[in-house]
Design a protein. Sequence first.
Length: 457
Amino acid sequence: MDYPISSVVQQPRICGREFICAISIKNSVVPVDSVADTPFHIMAKPTGAVCNLGCQYCFFLKKENLYPGSNFRMGDAVLESYIRQVIEACGEQSVTIAWQGGEPTLMGLDFFRKSIEYERKHLKSGVAIQNTIQTNGVLLDEEWLRFFHEHQFLVGLSLDGPRELHDAYRMDKTGRPVFDKVMRAVQVMHQHKVEFNILATVNAANADHSVEVYKFFRDEVGARFIQFIPIVERDNETGFVEGNTVTERSVGPEQYGRFLCAIFDEWIQKDVGRIFVNHFDAALASWAGAPSAICTTASTCGFAMVLEHNGDLYSCDHFVEPKHYLGNIMEQPLIELAASDKQHRFGLDKRDALPRCCRECVVLFACNGECPKNRFCETPDGATGLNYLCAGLKAFFTHIARPMKLMAELLKQRRAPAEVMQMLAVEDARLKAKLAKAGRNDPCPCGSGLKFKRCHG
């Protein structure tokens, strides 16, 4: 999962739904127009959609309907096959074993102890392995955290902000809040020196409290790695990617843009090189001419697949539905399913299905149409496939353009991008000095072209 961008990105820690991919497709039949050794990543869901919480915006709970009568527990045979096949697919490269849900800790610690045994059984000498787990944190206690520390698990913790914002939509099955339990998990992770990052959704409840949310994660939780995931919840009964209306819990497009811009303004002044935010790291990669650090803003996708509890493999976490079923790893090798024509086409469709207005957009290089699951709106000329979040994303990428250009230039000069903070602070001080001296009828020093009195009231 390494993506080094000088001192800005230091060993990116991404456990949630926006993965850097970790495995290379080797010794398999890869479609002709794909790139050899294409990386991919598997997120395994040992409990399927089963969870101990009933988060109101969760898109995955309805996936339980795909497996009527199932006990939703990954058996030993699937567990060992998954670990063995991932290790084999990696060859001599480092290995990432990723667990998600539902809620994976419902499997109990013995399941994960057994996974470690299988890793030791199949891992080649000299090959590094990392285990990651995404959790709501409710079940984490001293025993879990000792285990995570011993085996160097990277924990992704779901947390939406301070108490009232977290508890707005995240609750247990009886409707009771869980904030205190999650914060207890944070405390124990710090005590046991377990590495963790925060996965926060951006929804209707917390989107207007952007800086408050960010400062809470930075100053009270002590998080250094933060992922923000927009809630765009389709209003349907199936839980599949269908329909063109969203629920009232969803973040608004412009609202999402304001959320990201406000946090960026705080980050660019104080936290470059110290706090790592998935969208900012990915944007800098784009401005620096490197591949995106997250799948949502990559030009193509299809390299982050999902393994269900029974061995079924699907194209993507957001597309666990019959038409995106690839096969079962107990019947066909994982490597063949990952390199299949069906999955290859799924990945290329992200780029090839973009409407004309997106292909001609000035921020396409940074946005790439974002996630295909959100492309259900019409363009101004009536074409289909516009991303629901388009207005906010365009505002965000436009807002951050100049600082990103400065940091990209610093990278080019082999200097630390964190130097941008001092550069911008000096510019701001000079501008304030000029504004203080400007007469009412002088041209405004800000460069707007307006008279000072009109520009600043």
